[in-house]
Design a protein around this ligand. Structure first.
Ligand SMILES: Cc1ncc(COP(=O)(O)O)c(C=O)c1O
Length: 391
């Protein structure tokens, strides 16, 4: 039996291990020079003016909301198809979350459904680039600018994606957030980053990730009594990313284009094998890809018409797991979770047909750079068996 395949997995080579080992022998394990270097490399890669790294993607969302001044009484609008943290980080700052609907083809925010939710309290639109395919950024940004709202991209899946010829991060959004969790396109173990366009916002985010501490005397409220003085200027957290993790991030980022090529190739194999196994309209559809944007291919989420096969997703996942094929569902819509249902009581009644349809059908199949063509054939063959297709 071949080793089991998971739906996602990190790619760590000897040079990553060597980079981390070297960082561990350096004088500073945290707050050292690799933090700046990783931030500069991220800004250069994405085309964003500024980057701030931090402890994880959830902290990055928290810092983005707090750094832009979102707080009590404010509302953000986001997608129902996201990881809990997109909304939870808004609760951390005391904001309320409004949950729009998605386009059932892509799982990304429907601009119309966002527009219908804008109120006097709205401060930000938070698109999530599901699976790595960018949301409708131009339309969302136009809406945001007309209503004086921030755009904060939850780009945790989308490092390396492009939208209308621009890398994610090079556009006009007020903040763009990444996660470097092991299953993401590059990893730092745990880690995250915020890209910003405004130097003052970066300065505030950098201060907030380090307890709200200001060390530059030119920005002190009081004249310093001596060289030891720093000021805690506002509430912050310890959300720093150590140099050890930044070393891994730098090493991984240098390979990102290679990882993206590998992901694109593997997706191409799936796109050949799936119609071969199921026919063109055989009840299993590869994810819809829009022509004006290129996904970072974080996930390969197929849409399966389970009732047509006389089975359920639970049965299919269980059978695939027995055959050594790990799958996952991205995502259980936010309001299905007790936390979000209780935090957003006013949101529950509104129908979300796009999200319901997407959720009913979606299944993420294995996708990570080390997969071979034989692995893809194995996954598709086992999926056919699990769905009871015998032709
Ligand atoms: C869409 C999305 N947002 C936020 C996060 C939170 O990132 P982290 O796990 O690094 O805190 C994740 C990661 O799981 C994610 O997929």
């Amino acid at each position: 039996m071949p080793p089991p395949l998971s739906y996602g997995r990190q790619t760590i080579d000897d040079d990553d291990v060597a980079a981390v080992a070297q960082a561990m022998r350096a004088p500073q394990l945290t707050c050292g020079p690799l933090v700046d270097r990783f931030e500069q490399a991220l800004a250069a890669y994405t085309g964003a003016p500024h980057a701030s790294v931090c402890a994880n993607g959830t902290a990055a969302l928290h810092l983005a909301y707090a750094g832009l001044g979102i707080g009590e009484g404010d509302e953000i609008i986001t997608s129902p198809l996201t990881f809990s943290a997109t909304a939870a980080a808004a609760y951390y700052v005391g904001a309320t979350v409004r949950i729009a609907d998605v386009d059932a083809r892509t799982g990304n925010l429907s601009v119309q459904s966002v527009e219908a939710l804008v109120t006097k309290r709205t401060r930000a639109i938070v698109p999530v680039h599901l699976g790595g395919q960018p949301a409708d950024l131009d339309e969302l940004t136009r809406l945001a600018r007309a209503r004086k709202l921030y755009v904060i991209e939850d780009a945790c899946h989308a490092l390396g994606a492009t939208y209308r010829g621009r890398r994610i991060g090079a556009g006009d959004s007020d903040a763009v957030v990444f996660s470097f969790h092991p299953l993401k396109n590059i990893t730092t173990g745990e880690g995250g980053a915020i890209l910003t366009r405004d130097a003052r916002v970066k300065q505030r985010i950098d201060r907030m990730r380090h307890h709200g501490i200001e060390r530059d005397p030119t920005r002190f409220d009081e004249t310093p009594a001596g060289p030891w003085v720093y000021e805690v200027q506002e509430l912050g957290w310890n959300y720093r990313l150590p140099d050890i993790n930044c070393a891994l991030g730098l090493s991984q980022l240098a390979k990102l284009d290679r990882f993206l090529d590998a992901r694109r190739t593997i997706v191409g194999w799936y796109r050949e094998e799936l119609p071969r196994a199921f026919g063109v309209d055989g009840g299993v559809q590869a994810p819809a890809e829009l022509a004006d944007r290129e996904s970072a291919h974080h996930l390969f989420a197929v849409a399966i018409d389970f009732p047509r096969f006389g089975t359920t997703r639970a049965q299919v996942m269980a059978q695939l797991a027995k055959a050594g094929v790990g799958t996952q569902v991205h995502y259980i819509p936010l309001l299905h979770h007790p936390l979000h249902a209780s935090r957003c009581p006013g949101e529950r009644a509104r129908p979300r047909p796009g999200a319901d349809l997407y959720y009913a059908r979606t299944l993420s199949l294995p996708l990570y750079p080390a997969l071979t063509r034989d692995d893809v054939i194995h996954v598709v063959t086992e999926l056919r068996l699990a769905l009871g297709v015998s032709r």
